[in-house]
Design a protein around this ligand. Sequence first.
Ligand code: PHE
Length: 346
Amino acid sequence: MTTGSDLIAQLERLGDEFAAVIAPLADEQTIRAAQAQFLGKKGQVSEVMKELGRLPPVDRPLVGQAANRVKDTIAAAVDARLVALAAARRAADLARTVDVTLPGRPCGGGHLHLLTQVRLELVGIFAELGFAVAEGPQIETDWHTFEALAIPKDHPARDMQDTFYVADEIVLRTHTSPVQIRTMQGHPPPIRIVAPGVVYRRDDDATHSPMFTQIEGLVVDEGVRVSDLKGVLLHFVNRFYAGSGGGLDVRLRPSYFPFVEPGVEIDMSCRFCRGGGCRLCKGSGWIEIGGAGMVDPDVFAQVGIDSERYTGFAFGMGIERMAMLRHGVNDIKLYYEGDLRFLDQF
Ligand code: PHE
């Protein structure tokens, strides 16, 4: 038969046991867990207290008081242990030798992607010549991308730019030339803009990617001539590839784009052999960098500009290709893979 004094003895023993249990514990979490084992709802103190009902009522108050004492003892032991641990931590902290002469930890700085750097540089070069920046949507109407640029539905030029159709009359733009149309619709001449941006085509090899970036140029004013186009391109080529010491020439080679007349391919003298002929220019001394031409009067008619009064030129170049030519990058995919070993070189 359990008596009141048995229970009081058990409770007091629990108090002593607890002190022994937490003595080696060194962190708050395990100390709290031990506390719960003793004081929690299913803890050892509660187990003892279950016996209380079996005692004659007169014995109960003393046992209750003993239980409260044990709870206080345990709580005080926890507090004391935590205070001691905190003090020990602080002492260890203070005792630590800090070498204030150690160099700081480097925090690696990021930088702009090569293509972004090149795009900003290109825009800067054209800004020197008074060009503003224009933008247009990447998801574009068939009309802005093709029709208004004199590429009707059955035109063979569409095959060269076979693209991703979002809906019947909506495409991912294949070039930045639709920005020409949007700009001419929105502003009367004089116009002098460059339009950098992402374009999409069904091409995929070492020098072509289904997604790449171009920069378009458009100048419309009274008296704009092919020589103005050539002058702008000469300035651009020598500024952008100035690392090679300037003196690069530009050659306009007859070509065909439906929205310009005449249309040309832009060649610059090979910056690697300076025109002498090498492997990179395949011995020709020239490297192709884009397309250009004088704005076709049919295009002016589409956007309501009087082609008797105004003339203009347009050009388009691939930004990846320009960066490739400048830095000797030989695979277009390197730009998009996000490999820091490649990107950190620029
Ligand atoms: N839009 C043409 C292309 O992507 C390039 C170009 C632009 C040609 C402007 C002439 C004038 O191939």
